[in-house]
Design a protein around this ligand. Structure first.
Ligand code: ADP
Ligand code: ZN
Ligand code: ZN
Length: 668
């Protein structure tokens, strides 16, 4: 029996490619890109064939036989493997760890029942495959120019669609999609949104506009069955539009012709654990690889993208006006809390504005980026406060659930009846979260229909969607929420936005804090007045003269972004500098720091600056101390070359300290 040898990528943390033997006649070898079941460490696991060879260096007695090739599945395209390889190299991880976890579980299962079922279902698909759009509204001239410019772009064309909130970016995407689908009968389009809660709204728009086109959605709340069905529909080219969250960037799309990244500035595009990739950055690479256009849309672009647009690397398209007739941007006013003392967290100006909306039957949104009732409880008698015993953080009071919760390690305790230190029964909540604001509103406006939307109120599957639907149906007078309600949603009856406690971010050590705060305020302000009624935004602050608030009042992204970029340039920060962050965790801080000191000293490299290790701002989480080491370079290739060598050296140290590397970190 003749044999060939398969080089197979596996999802293992270290070197991830292994050779296996496979019996086959010449000309009947398996194909690169096929999945294969192989024995590994006494288990059977699914791997990806990355090479088929006639020879191997592995000694015969060490060589194992592959078990089964998934030949019913068409191979993953070479370009898809190249994308995974790029991500693996760039983020310094093994190929298998990038390529395999993104595939639906049903594809990776040893048994093929579920896979076969999904393939059968897709084979029977008889949807009309008619890309004719229906019900296209007339675009305004700026929208038309943008849609034509995107729809007609040829070759690699990165486009920044800079459009104020409510300027009708969605309509531009849809009409650009229509042009691409009409031109090419096989074309596929990938649309990414930052949050799962934004998919139903856009999904509805796409289905209404393209009733004859198969749409596949990819996000984390699909069932395994749905997920494999949708993934396969994309992989086989049947789904012409794929809508998803960041994980969809690694889906297989053989005829991809256009990528749209909505709200491109959003930090959710960055994966924060495991393979810490930026879906936006990978999308730009993918568009370049395929020589296709990519649209990055935002009212508050990331400074990276703004910089590229200003320097001419990206084409910039602007929508300066709101799309709905007579709709204008809301009037933003600052409420000086030094003068207007708040009651239950609400200034008299905001209370009056709320009352007015209730009388007129319009909706209001109160934005507070802090869930729970109060961030901490304390004892006035002895000074005890509810620290988490496992983290450098507080236990947050959750009143409806009668619990104290740590938001970092998930520790939960019953609310103590009395102070654990001195026995005082009068424990006080300090500060204010969304639950407390909701409670205060209920007392002040007993007749109003108040709804809170945050991670706690939407824990059950489907509950977030139900909540957003009831806002859209007008069943809510006052909406209280965290960043979950701040972005993307097109609430038509909303005419007032109150921003309760934004000041803390002004003094953060994180150099990105002001960029993020500004974007967040502009986004949440942008929920008001979208359907044409006059609207206002009230920002409650103790720092009314801060330039950031001035820029929000003037809706002046351009100038604010310009001044932040000047600061970054002078301070040698991204996008003018490339960074990587090495993190280490250990039961004792000293161990983590010692590991990082070793890492700092083990490799010298021209053009690379290695800083000293420091404890992370939140040092202890779940009884583990964490420290970090920042590496910087003004050259991306130099940084990449250094990181390759460095990671090899660190792996060879075989330290017991847990460490991880993040390239282009967002939080440092
Ligand atoms: P953005 O994403 O830019 O914030 P949306 O795409 O959500 O804005 O559009 C805001 C509102 O404007 C939506 O209600 C949409 O239906 C409406 N709209 C968009 N384009 C037009 C148009 N050409 N004419 C009328 N209304 C429009
Ligand atoms: Zn006490
Ligand atoms: Zn904790």
């Amino acid at each position: 029996m003749a044999h060939c040898f398969l080089e197979v990528a596996l999802d293992t943390p270290l070197n991830s490619c292994f050779d296996y033997r496979w019996p086959c006649q010449p000309g009947e070898e398996p194909l690169v890109g096929q999945l294969v079941l192989v024995p590994f460490a006494r288990r059977e696991v699914m791997g990806l064939i990355v090479a088929v060879k006639q020879d191997t260096d592995v000694p015969v007695d060490k060589l194992k036989d592959a078990i089964a090739v998934r030949s019913q599945l068409s191979p993953l395209p070479a370009r898809w493997i190249a994308l995974a390889q790029f991500a693996a190299d760039y983020y310094q991880r093994p190929l298998g760890e990038v390529a395999l976890p993104g595939l639906p579980k049903n594809l990776r299962a040893p048994r093929t029942v579920a896979l076969d079922r999904a393939l059968k279902k897709l084979a029977k698909d008889t949807s009309p495959h008619d890309a004719t759009p229906s019900g296209m509204p007339a675009l305004n001239p700026a929208q038309q120019l943008a849609a034509d410019s995107i729809g007609g772009a040829q070759g690699f064309t990165p486009i920044l669609l800079y459009g104020v909130t409510g300027s009708g970016k969605t309509e531009v995407y849809l009409q650009a999609c229509a042009q691409v689908l009409a031109r090419d009968a096989a074309a596929q389009i990938l649309i990414l949104v930052p949050e799962i809660n934004l998919t139903p709204q856009l999904e509805g728009n796409i289905r209404a506009r393209f009733p004859g086109v198969m749409l596949a959605t990819l996000h984390s709340s699909l069932s395994e069955g749905e997920r494999s069905l949708h993934w396969l529909a994309a992989h086989q080219g049947q789904a012409r539009i794929v809508l998803g969250t960041r994980l969809a960037i690694l889906s297989s799309l053989p005829h991809l012709k256009l990528i749209v990244i909505d709200e491109e500035h959003d930090p959710s595009y960055k994966q924060q654990e495991g393979l810490r990739y930026s879906a936006r950055d990978l999308a730009v690479w993918r568009a370049h690889q395929l020589a296709i256009p990519i649209v990055l849309g935002s009212a508050t672009p990331s400074l990276e993208s703004w910089h590229h647009a200003s320097s001419g690397r990206y084409r910039k398209l602007e929508l300066r006006e709101r799309a709905v007739r007579d709709a204008v941007l809301p009037t933003v006013k600052l409420v000086d809390l030094e003068r207007d003392r708040p009651k239950d967290g609400l200034s008299s100006a905001l209370l009056a504005a709320l009352r007015q909306r209730l009388e007129r039957g319009e909706q209001s949104l109160l934005f507070l980026n802090r869930r729970g009732y109060a961030p901490v409880i304390c004892c006035d008698a002895c000074g005890w406060i509810s620290n988490c015993t496992r983290c450098t953080s507080f236990m947050v009071l959750h009143k409806p659930e009668h619990r104290l919760r740590c938001h970092h390690c998930s520790l939960e305790l019953r609310i103590p009846r009395s102070c654990p230190t001195c026995g005082n029964v009068d424990l006080q909540p300090l500060g204010r979260g969304t639950q407390r604001v909701e409670e205060g509103l209920q007392a002040m406006f007993p007749e109003a229909r108040i709804l809170r939307i945050d991670a706690d109120s939407t824990r059950l599957k489907g509950s977030a969607q139900a909540a957003f639907d009831s806002v859209h149906r007008g069943e809510v007078d006052i909406l209280v929420g965290t960043q979950m309600v701040a972005k993307g949603h097109d609430f038509k009856k909303l005419t007032l936005v109150g921003i309760l406690n934004p000041d803390t971010a002004l003094f953060s050590q994180d150099y990105r804090a002001s960029e993020r705060l500004f974007a967040q305020l502009m986004q949440v302000a942008g929920r008001a007045g979208r359907a044409g009624a006059a609207s206002e935004v009230l920002v409650q602050t103790r720092y009314a003269s801060h330039p950031l608030y001035g820029a929000v009042v003037r809706h002046d992204y351009d100038r604010f972004a310009g001044s932040l970029l000047d600061e970054r340039r002078q301070a040698g920060l991204p996008p003018f500098m490339y960074q990587a962050l090495l993190r280490a965790e250990a039961p004792e801080l000293a161990t983590a720091i010692a590991f990082l000191e070793g890492a700092r000293d083990c490799l010298l490299w021209d053009g690379i600056m290695i800083n000293d290790p420091i404890p992370m701002t939140m040092t202890r989480v779940h009884n583990t101390d964490r420290a970090q080491l920042l590496v910087e370079s003004s050259s991306r290739p130099a940084l990449q070359a250094f990181l390759r060598e460095w990671v090899d050296t660190l792996r060879a140290m075989k330290s017991r300290v847990r460490w991880s590397l993040e390239v282009d970190p967002l939080d440092i």
